[in-house]
Structures are given as C-alpha cells and as structure tokens.
Ligand binder design. Structure first.
Ligand SMILES: *Cc1c(COP(=O)(O)O)cnc(C)c1O
Length: 389
C-alpha cells in the first residue's frame, strides 16, 4: 500500500470504529442481548471465547465493540473496554486488580464518586488507600510501597480544581499498575499511554459522547491487561448499553471541532474571569498564572473545556447562578450547553468539611464546563451575572 500521510486525531475520529458497519457510514445499533448458536460445539466456542461479540451482550456487543475500537484508536491503545458509566469503569478496574490487603495510592483531588468509592467500599473490603497531594512533585511515586501497592490511580486534570498529575512521573512508576482518569482532557487533549501510564480511563458520559445523552465509561491500554479486567467486568456487570455506545460513537465524530470550540471558549472565559473584581481566583491550566502551567503545556494538547473560579462565598455563588441566562446550573461536563455547578452543594455535598477542604472545594467555588455557544454571548452572560456579586 502507498504511504499514507499522517492523520491528526480529529481526522481519525471521523472514521474510527467502523469494523461491523459494512458500507454504512453510520454505525449499526445491535440491540440484541443474545446470539443463536448453530450447535453445541459452536455454543461452547462462543461461551469460552474472550470478548466475543456474538454470544451474550454482557460479554461483548458489536456496537459497543465499535465504540471501543474508536477509543482505542484515539488513545493509541491496543484495546479499549467500555462500561455502563465512568464509575462502572473505576469500580470494575479497581476491584479486578485489587484484593483484601492491597494498597492503592491516589490523590486527594478526585471526582467525588471516585473518592467515595475508595473511602467506602474499598476500605470495607480491606483495600488500603493512601491519599497524597498530586501537585507536589514525586508525591505519587513516594507513596508506593514496593510489593504491596497494586495500583496508583490519578485524575488529571482533576475535578473541580484542575490540578495535574505529572503523567511522565506516573508512567515511570514500576511495580504497581498506573491508571489516569483522563475524562477532563478527552482523548484529544492528552495521551497518557504515550507517557507509559498503563490505563487511560474516561467517563465517556462527558466529552467523548459530548451531548448529555449517554452514560458510559471506558478504559484503554494493553489487550492482555484489559482482557484480565474484562474477566472480572462480566461478573461485576456494569455493562454498557449499545444505544449509549451508538450515541458516543456519533459524539466521537465531532470531538475535534467540539473540543476546539470549547477550548477557545474556556480560555477566553478564564482570561475574563481572572481580571474580574468579583472573582478571587481562577483555576485553568491554560492561564500562565496557573501553578502547573508549564506542566500543562508539556503534557496537554489542549488546556480543556473545564475551569473553576471562586467568588466571595456561597451567597455570591447563588446570586451568580440566579443571574445566568445562557449557562445553566447543572452537573456534568463536556456537552453542548455551558454548565455551571457549585461543587460544595452538588458533586461534593456528601463530603465532610475537612474532606472538602482537602479537595479544594470552598463555599465560593464554581465549576464551569464550557459548551458550544458563541464565545462572545457566553462572556456577556458571565459579565452580566457577576455584575451584582
Ligand atoms: C463524571 C466523572 C466520573 C464518573 O463518571 P459517570 O459516567 O458519571 O459514572 C469519573 N471521573 C470524572 C473525572 C468525572 O468527571
């Protein structure tokens, strides 16, 4: 075959995951939960094959398989494995790889569901977790106990304060397996596997599906490791819906233009907010004053669509949210609508005051997921809503 010119990820996103679609440009929805066998030998083959798509949908499904192929291609991975949600991916990965007595290293700065999972069910099952400050260089690797640490699980950029784990540092850790929750970056924003990280994990509910119409999780990495996790995942049962996988595949087709527009909007908004008298702090890795801006520039291909900022207190946050007209007050991120949430009363409401402080969730903190609106409209909406606070 003639040499093909290199293709950028945004171009590959247009064609990735088409193996089962024949000549159809759109993926086919395989709603079936089961497949017929031609006899006992055939049934036995299907039942014992690893990740075989024509047996039973909890084991594998062709539409989900297309989604997995697309994510693997974008992550530069040998394989990908989808789950019913981001939390499904996190829970199944941790429980597939850890047992009672295992040690896990994780940052304090985590999605609240991940934190609750590590502190609740994991501790109950005898999985011991050491939490560290991810912004301190070397903190993740220093907390590894040789022979006992099974997993180092980071989130970068982190939710909601946009702190970064150094992916090269994470990837150079030997012994335990390393996982990065890369949700906020999307596969176009960073490539953790290229830094040597074992597993790149996403809540595909967010930027990958990108339209607030799918609940899905996915991990990408080496096939052998993912096959091992799959063997547990079929028993764990956080099985993705083929319909959500179809929606996510459609989302992937436009990931390039969506993330480009959202990144531009987030940057402009961060610059405006950083200059605003009612705002005491802006957390966005694309700002030169972000404490990890150099690391961000080294490892992120895009600074991202999510930022957070701080107003005086909870009352100022409430009045700001009341006055917004374009942006909406809702949790989640990566979709077409700009969403603002107040983590202290929503995503992080279940945490104690001390835990909230450790994750940096102050009473005046607001998280913004920049959507696809015209940036000038969005800036005007935020200026208007801040005018009174
Ligand atoms: C939303 C989110 C999750 C959980 O994903 P679900 O699809 O809601 O289960 C995990 N990590 C991060 C960073 C998230 O934003």
């Amino acid at each position: 075959m003639a040499d093909q010119p290199p293709r950028s990820p945004a171009t590959r996103a247009i064609t990735a995951g088409r193996d089962h679609s024949g000549n159809s440009l759109a993926p086919v929805l395989w709603a079936s939960s089961t497949w017929e066998s031609s006899g006992l030998d055939d049934a036995g083959r299907r039942a014992t094959a690893v990740r075989h798509g024509d047996f039973y949908s909890r084991y594998a499904n062709p539409t989900v398989g297309e989604f997995e192929h697309a994510v693997a291609e974008l992550e530069g991975a040998e394989s990908a494995l989808a789950f019913a949600s981001g939390m499904g991916a996190i829970a199944a990965t941790v429980l597939a790889l850890c047992s009672s007595g295992s040690h896990v290293v994780a940052p304090h700065q985590l999605y609240a569901g991940t934190l609750a999972f590590l502190q609740g069910p994991c501790r109950r099952l005898g999985i011991d977790v050491t939490f560290v400050d991810v912004a301190t260089p070397g903190a993740l690797s220093d907390a590894v106990v040789p022979g006992r640490t099974m997993l180092v699980l980071a989130e970068s950029p982190s939710n909601p304060r946009l702190e970064l784990a150094d992916l090269d540092e994470l990837g150079s850790i030997k012994g335990p397996l390393t996982v990065v929750d890369s949700t906020l970056a999307t596969p176009l924003g960073q490539q953790p596997l290229a830094s040597g990280v074992d597993i790149s994990l996403h809540s595909a509910t967010k930027g990958i599906a990108g339209h607030n119409d799918a609940t899905l999780g996915v991990i990408a990495g080496e096939r052998e490791l993912l096959d091992e996790i799959w063997a547990y995942a079929v028993l764990h049962g956080a099985t993705p819906s083929p319909f959500d996988a179809l929606n996510a595949l459609r989302g992937i087709r436009t990931l390039g233009v969506r993330t480009r527009q959202q990144n531009d909007g987030a940057r402009s908004l961060a610059v405006m907010l950083a200059d605003h008298p009612a705002v005491s702090a802006v957390h966005y890795p694309g700002l030169s004053e972000h404490p990890q801006h150099d690391l961000a520039t080294k490892q992120l291909l895009q600074y991202g669509s999510v930022l957070s900022f701080e107003v005086a207190d909870r009352a100022a946050a409430a009045s700001f949210l009341d006055r917004l007209q374009i942006a909406r007050c809702a949790t989640s991120l990566g979709g077409p609508e700009t969403l603002v949430c107040h983590p202290a009363t929503s995503t992080h409401a279940g945490l104690t005051d001390d835990e909230r402080l450790l994750t940096g969730v102050t009473d005046g903190l607001l998280r913004v997921s920049v959507g696809l609106e015209e940036t000038t409209d969005l800036l005007a909406d935020f200026e208007h809503a801040l005018a009174d606070s």
